[in-house]
Design a protein around this ligand. Structure first.
Ligand code: AMP
Length: 371
């Protein structure tokens, strides 16, 4: 399935896929990416039956036998998202916009979308010819992989990472000059709406992505902060994959984020990403602790983030911890409060305190802190 969808002459299938017989001699392949499998599931379970338009996401490990280095691992994680059943370029724009918005919320700097169109089976053959003619003219400067791929899969040559090849390909023809009217109109629409949405992008004629199933818009989100491995996410449209895998003629588009690279960029200590408790329950004495523990669990089920110390520490130390966690409020309850049937609710920002009845404490706090 992977060889058929990703392509026989791709790095992934030719060099990187882990394929081996298991104990019973069945041939096993560790998935190198998610799209082919998601398309297979979409077909196998007839997920198009009620509504062809379906959106999916997945998060999980992928495996490629690459040379390990920073940002490139043999087991790595991807967050993938796919939209099936929409033929318009706006679905691609939606995905690119989602990525750029997500990355900007994560405070990533220097993030740019690189986009290209890979055309369709109508216009790509002509470009293949134009490109092959060009490649033949520079073949003596290209590496052996490129020379081998030139006939069978010339577009892949554009993707070669060997510096000498990149140099020789600087003047290569652009597929954008060979697009048919439909593909050109589609790509124009993509560019226009990216501009309207203020998404920073560059058109990159060399962007072909390493997989064969792509059609029309292909994209990568790149950053300058990652060194050699500049792509944090990549994706594109794959209008023929579902059909090629034996399903109906349904277009699709999707992306994969490199989770490892993303976490490296964001860093584990990005302060804005750490949720702060709505309320810290500072309970003094074992009775209060027992009650507060129940409240904390009940508040959690109501979607309120509550935290407490389970070790019956001093009020001072509990207040310190609440402060460290950035809790918005602290509820203080001890033996005296229990007797009176009230607790003290302290707003940590304004320092204002109020007395609050314990009778419906969970409901009352939930109402107060629900957003
Ligand atoms: P691809 O499936 O090759 O289009 O990759 C999508 C994204 O996954 C890339 O933009 C990278 O962020 C990430 N990625 C791909 N290969 C690796 C790897 N070997 N190690 C870590 N991340 C990777």
């Amino acid at each position: 399935m992977f060889a058929r969808s990703i392509g026989e002459d791709t790095d992934i299938v030719e060099k990187e896929m882990y394929t081996f017989p298991d104990r019973k001699g069945d041939l096993i392949t560790l998935r190198p990416e998610a799209t082919a499998s998601i398309a297979r599931a979409y077909i196998q379970h007839k997920l198009f039956a009620q509504d062809a338009v379906r959106k999916f996401y997945m998060i999980g490990p992928m495996f490629r036998r690459e040379r390990p280095q920073k940002g490139r691992y043999r087991q790595f994680y991807q967050i993938a998202a796919e939209i099936f059943g929409v033929q318009y370029g706006l679905a691609d724009v939606q995905l690119i916009y989602l990525l750029v918005t997500l990355f900007s919320r994560l405070n990533l700097k220097d993030v740019k979308a690189h986009i290209n169109s890979l055309g369709c089976p109508k216009c790509r053959p002509e470009f293949r010819k134009t490109l092959t003619d060009f490649l033949v003219s520079v073949s003596d400067k290209l590496c052996s992989d490129c020379n081998r791929r030139m006939d069978r899969n010339p577009l892949r040559v554009l993707d070669c990472k060997v510096p000498a090849c990149r140099e020789a390909l600087a003047e290569s023809p652009s597929i954008l000059d060979s697009l048919c009217d439909d593909c050109r109109a589609d790509f124009n629409e993509v560019m226009v709406s990216l501009t309207k949405l203020n998404v920073p992008y560059v058109v990159d004629k060399r962007l072909v992505r390493g997989l064969d199933y792509y059609t029309r818009t292909a994209f990568e989100i790149q950053t300058t902060s990652l060194g050699a491995q500049s792509a944090v996410a990549g994706g594109g449209r794959y209008d023929n994959l579902v059909k090629e895998l034996g399903g109906p003629d349904i277009p699709a588009t999707g992306f994969a984020i490199g989770f490892d690279r993303l976490t490296e960029l964001v860093g584990l200590n990005a302060p804005d990403l750490i949720k702060k408790p709505d309320v810290f329950l500072a309970a003094l004495g074992s009775k209060s602790q027992t009650l507060a523990f129940e409240w904390m669990c009940a508040l959690g089920s109501d979607g309120i983030m509550a935290e407490m110390d389970l070790g019956n520490k001093s009020l001072k130390s509990q207040m310190k911890r609440a402060d460290r966690l950035g809790a918005a409020n602290v509820l203080i309850v001890g033996d005296n409060e229990l007797k009176e049937g009230t607790a003290i609710l302290r707003n940590m920002e304004t320092k204002e305190q109020e007395s609050i009845s314990l009778e419906n404490i969970v409901e009352d706090l939930t109402k107060k802190f629900s957003k």
